[in-house]
Design a protein around this ligand. Structure first.
Ligand SMILES: Nc1ncnc2c1ncn2[C@@H]1O[C@H](COP(=O)(O)OP(=O)(O)OP(=O)(O)O)[C@@H](O)[C@H]1O
Ligand SMILES: [Mg+2]
Length: 322
């Protein structure tokens, strides 16, 4: 029998996977202090998150000349918009004058393909940087069609890395060591993680300053969030004290669906202000842009999707101060 008063009766752990995580409570606490009241403009409309829309100023030119902020775009659930968010957030940050590096850390190579790179034919990829240690980052680095945005591409070769790294000393820090020489060349390094919490993803978390979680707006996406935030907590405790949870970006939202609105309300209830105000609507223009091998910001610059990822970039710049 459960103790009376331990939880609201209608919220069992099975039915409500977010209720009992210690990280969930910590996250709520952190979120309360994240935004200052001055960000909220009195009398403004309520946004899709159910909160008043905040006044996010247009970014100023970069004033910071230190190391890049490394952001892991992470969710072990597949098909939630990690790669789409990495490409388009990166392109939008570059439009705002930020120097951006995208790292494809998924053997599927979807990030590379989404930027029009024939990744299957590449000899030098992230795999060479992680395994062997003789390849220079400059041999792997590629320009993209977006000004100010570069790419470290991957292909199926990377699928061997998890096994090849198992016996390495400091195997969780391999990616961090590979990226070190690039940190002073960029303002943001965005790492597109694969849909798992294996060694490659742990490598991303071990070298990142923060994690952005793209989350598809549907019930089953909620279930994996507790596991993911617990993994972030473990990596912070054991490998990387700097690691923060920067935020959750809700993707594939459809305001016409009650289900979408209910999931959104629940995510905001649990994660509070960690949920970005920017919400990415479901639209076929994203798959279309991937086929074209470009970010939506250049393929359909005036589309709702392009506008949304620019708004997200403004939030990211505002929150990070760079
Ligand atoms: N907002 C959106 N609306 C509609 N389709 C979208 C949206 N965002 C992404 N997609 C599409 O959904 C599919 C999955 O997106 P994406 O590849 O970005 O997810 P992912 O989390 O990186 O997947 P994986 O876990 O396989 O790496 C792609 O076909 C993509 O074009
Ligand atoms: Mg992906």
């Amino acid at each position: 029998m459960t103790t009376a008063g331990a939880a609201e009766p209608h919220k069992s752990a099975a039915a409500d996977p977010l209720s009992y995580t210690t990280s969930g409570q910590r996250i709520e606490h952190a979120a309360q202090t994240l935004w200052e009241a001055k960000d909220i403009v009195a009398g403004t409309d309520v946004g899709p998150t159910g909160r008043p829309l905040r006044d996010i100023p247009d970014p100023l030119p970069v004033s910071h000349d230190g190391d890049a902020l490394i952001v892991a775009m992470c969710n072990q659930k597949g098909g939630v918009g990690k790669t789409t968010s990495t490409i388009n957030l990166g392109a939008a940050l570059a439009e705002y004058g930020r120097r951006v590096l995208l790292v494809d850390l998924d053997p599927q190579g979807a990030l590379s393909a989404g930027l029009g790179v024939a990744h299957h034919d590449l000899d030098q990829t992230v795999h060479n940087l992680l395994v062997g240690g003789r390849t220079s980052v400059d041999d792997v680095l590629m320009n993209t069609k977006v000004d100010g945005m570069d790419l470290l591409p991957s292909n199926i070769d990377l699928s061997a890395a998890e096994i090849q790294l198992v016996n390495e000393v400091g195997r969780e820090q391999t990616l961090g060591r590979a990226l070190a020489p690039l940190k002073d060349r960029y303002d943001y390094i965005l790492i597109d993680c694969q849909p798992s919490l294996g060694l490659l993803t742990v490598n991303a978390l071990a070298c990142a300053d923060g994690v952005v979680i793209p989350m598809e707006c549907e019930y089953f996406s909620l279930r994996g969030l507790a596991l993911l935030t617990d993994t972030v907590d473990k990596v912070r405790d054991r490998l990387n004290q700097r690691l923060s949870l920067y935020g959750i970006v809700v993707t594939m939202f459809d305001a016409r669906l009650l289900h979408s609105r209910q999931v959104m309300a629940r995510v905001v209830e649990v994660f509070g202000d960690l949920v970005y105000d920017t919400v990415i609507n479901r639209t076929v223009r994203f798959p279309d842009a991937s086929v074209a091998g470009e970010p939506i910001t250049t393929w359909a610059p005036k589309s709702g999707g392009a506008v949304a990822y620019r708004a997200m970039a403004r939030e990211v710049i505002h929150r990070s101060g760079r």
